[in-house]
Design a protein around this ligand. Sequence first.
Ligand code: HEM
Length: 404
Amino acid sequence: MDLSSQSKVSGFVIPVEGLKSPEERLQPFAWFQKMRKESPVSFDAKRNSWDLFRYDDILAVLKDPAAFSSVRPQQGPVLLGSILGMDPPKHHQMRNIVSKAFTPRSIAELEPRITEIMGELIAQTEGKTEIDLLQSISIPLPVIVIAELLGVPAADRQLFKDWSDRIAESVEDDSEAAIQKFLADKEKVRRELDDYFMKVTLERRKQPEDDLITKLVQAEVDGEKLTDEEIMEFCILLLGAGNETTTNLITNAVRIFMEEPSLQEKLRQQPELMKGAIEEVLRYYSPILAMNRYATKDVEIGGKQVKKGDLVVTWIGSANRDEEKFPDADRFIVDRTPNAHLAFGQGIHFCLGAPLARLEALIALPLILAHFHDMRLPEGTKLEAIPSTFVYGVKELPVQFTPA
Ligand code: HEM
């Protein structure tokens, strides 16, 4: 996942050939399929980028951080120094420290609070028979959870949401003016975030609280601690990597429930299927479509010569639809087993927030099904994809329902 873009080689500044129109961005799977078949390892001279589409090629790249680095050659203004953009041994050291603050146990402890927040969000839909799922539930839930986890006051939540949106924005066309505006926006958001988190970090050093920032201040491995800048970087990453992705997981799930209405009753009757259903949503409508790597040496992929320093874009959204790996890949199979999707990445950068995202979905979706029956898209709705080539979701998801 690459949430920043500084230069035109980043792969996300210049729109991607198969994902230019809104229709293509809503249904990128036809393009993915075509590329897997016709040109699974292809070079796009315009973006100066290699694009990989097959599961096996992508897995091999993600599992070989020595040959495929996460460190971008030209640093971007957002998330430049975060764990996401580090290689071993620095990555290993950093991951050890942040994992101490971000343990599966500390995530599991959030369960009652997440349930409570969901209860409040659902209560606000009282008396309605139509909502925009994003505004009502799937945007506020992860924003509130991360804000509370970090220890940010409730009054700053809207600020959080705005920052999160602005980090995830992509440039919509490849004109010089659009690119300049895009870069200026990213720099501005970066400065605001730096100031905000630096202030909170310094406050927690003086006055510890029961929150993640305090844990990050205190975490220590082999005598190593995080600097103020590293803590700031990590908080900004959580905001960018944790919010919109989880929003899209919940939204994409409900989108499928409306596309295949029989799933709604099935999952109500057999709640034990929900865990697997969430994995299948992650595979079928992956919230992240692509991640960047850079070749550290000349290397061959699928018979093509990739040169040292080249950008390699791993289209995990395509890997997750690869027929070689997933029989009937374009079908949503609620109890698909095995389901080794790559939606959370693979290898050393495997998503640190996966337990949190899964937990939020596992709490939110049964409650949505319990309160909103017969969920359907209002007549004539035309879904519109988020204008991004690496994040997958819709701008709005209107849901008509019968209150339970
Ligand atoms: C890494 C996806 C939710 C924090 C990643 C990566 C992916 C990903 C694909 C690997 C990036 C790479 O290899 O370059 C997702 C999806 C989510 C989600 C699909 C929701 C459905 C979260 C949440 C958090 C989070 C909720 C935290 C609150 C992170 C962090 C990393 C990461 C810190 C970097 C790990 C490292 O570099 O070692 N995520 N993520 N993510 N994610 Fe997530």
